[in-house]
Ligand binder design. Structure first.
Ligand code: FES
Length: 147
């Protein structure tokens, strides 16, 4: 019996979500940006939604799920930032067209409170290489240490 992963691909035997046929538009190790959404125990206790699944669907709806501007969404364990729950962080690929040093890394709090429109603002800002101004209240302050 075949299974279908959340992105609509048939799942390879013995795997949870690996697609049976690799999509050249979705190389596993490449993305222009990657959003890590914490699914650790403390963050998970704040909501019952599949946040990563929801954000993946929005990324796909905005056409950022493949190609050069691909944004990858990853569910991850505790980031050691539980006081910001639900915590998420974003990295941009330094080789991406939209790379902006000022937004190359960003950390976010209370992302379970975000509306679809707020997630779409983050996705659009990553695609365009600019900070998402309307999400400022959720940004975890950056601390940059120079050697
Ligand atoms: S459980 Fe999410 S940062 Fe710790």
């Amino acid at each position: 019996m075949s299974r279908i992963n959340p992105l609509g691909s048939e799942v390879a035997a013995g795997f949870a979500c690996k697609p049976e046929t690799a999509d050249p538009e979705k190389p596993i190790m490449f993305a222009a940006a990657q959003i890590f959404i914490c699914d650790g125990e403390r963050c998970r206790s704040c909501h019952s939604d599949d946040l990563a699944g929801k954000v993946r669907a929005l990324v796909k709806a905005m056409g950022c799920d493949k190609g050069d501007d691909r944004i990858k969404v990853t569910r991850c364990g505790c980031n050691g930032a539980c006081r910001f729950r639900v915590f998420a962080c974003v990295y941009q690929n330094g080789n991406a067209r939209s790379y902006n040093r000022a937004t190359s890394f960003s950390a976010w709090k209370r992302v379970h409170e975000w509306s679809d429109g707020q997630w779409m603002e983050l996705i659009a800002s990553l695609r365009e290489g600019r900070p998402p101004e309307s999400l400022r209240e959720f940004r975890v302050e950056d601390k940059v240490y120079y050697g």
